[in-house]
Design a protein around this ligand. Structure first.
Ligand code: DX5
Ligand code: ZN
Length: 220
């Protein structure tokens, strides 16, 4: 059985109690914190910027998994790393120079990821996949938490798993959007290694219970 990592998406937490929420998911067994950065251009919503990432860095030792849903991500990679990001994911659809951008992240000693919107084919990653720590498959259209899982993304996860076996077996496959205890087994079966979950964790009475349920799925 493969060990699944859980990345709570802070977008669904109570921002008025950010430090407490982080402490609670840390104690509940989170493996990393997923931070959704939105600029109101690449996606309609505006969320978290570098000052908040710096503040989060001060209150946790968990790796910070920063998901940049912004146009021109290369302009901001350095500042998010300076703020404390450990993993930086940029969107393929937002960047014309993926090789250069991922090299920037890796040269800074951090882990590089590329994210794909639901309509972007996995094959677009074929010539960059060996450079990556993770690929983030969006299982909803990015922009908002609490959306419904798009089930056609399952075949993309499977396809990525095939590409991973062939070209980069160490690659982590991360899935993001609408994942809950009902559908987590299907994404793991398809090949997911890291599950991002916002509403399914912060919307539950017991964070520990939710994380345990999301984690306990088997891929056999
Ligand atoms: C969507 C974000 C997700 C989102 C997940 O654009 O990238 O990380 O917050 O939230 P849930 O789990 O509620 O769909
Ligand atoms: Zn995200």
């Amino acid at each position: 059985m493969k060990r699944i990592k859980i990345a709570p998406s802070l977008l669904a937490c109570d921002f008025s109690k950010l430090a407490d929420e982080i402490e609670a998911v840390e104690k509940a067994g989170a493996d990393m914190l997923h931070i959704d950065v939105m600029d109101g251009r690449f996606v309609p919503n505006i969320t978290i910027g570098q000052p908040v990432v710096s503040a989060i860095r001060k209150v946790t030792r968990l790796p910070l998994d920063v998901h940049l849903m912004i146009t021109e991500p290369m302009e901001h990679i350095k500042s998010f790393i300076d703020a404390g990001a450990d993993i930086v994911s940029i969107h393929l659809e937002a960047c014309n120079h993926l090789h250069k951008a991922t090299a920037m992240i890796k040269d800074a000693g951090k882990k590089a990821g590329i994210s794909l919107n639901p309509a972007t084919p996995v094959v677009m990653l074929k010539d960059i996949i060996e450079e990556l720590y993770l690929v983030l498959i969006m299982t909803v259209n990015p922009g908002f938490g609490g959306q419904k899982f798009i089930s056609s993304t399952l075949k993309k996860i499977k396809e990525l798993d095939g590409l991973k076996r062939e070209l980069n077996p160490a690659l982590m496959i991360e899935v993001d959007g609408g994942i809950n205890v009902q559908n987590s087994a299907s994404v793991v079966k398809a090949g997911a290694d890291i599950i991002v979950a916002g509403t399914a964790i912060f919307g539950s009475k017991s964070y520990k219970g939710a994380i345990e349920k999301l984690k306990s799925v088997r891929d056999e």
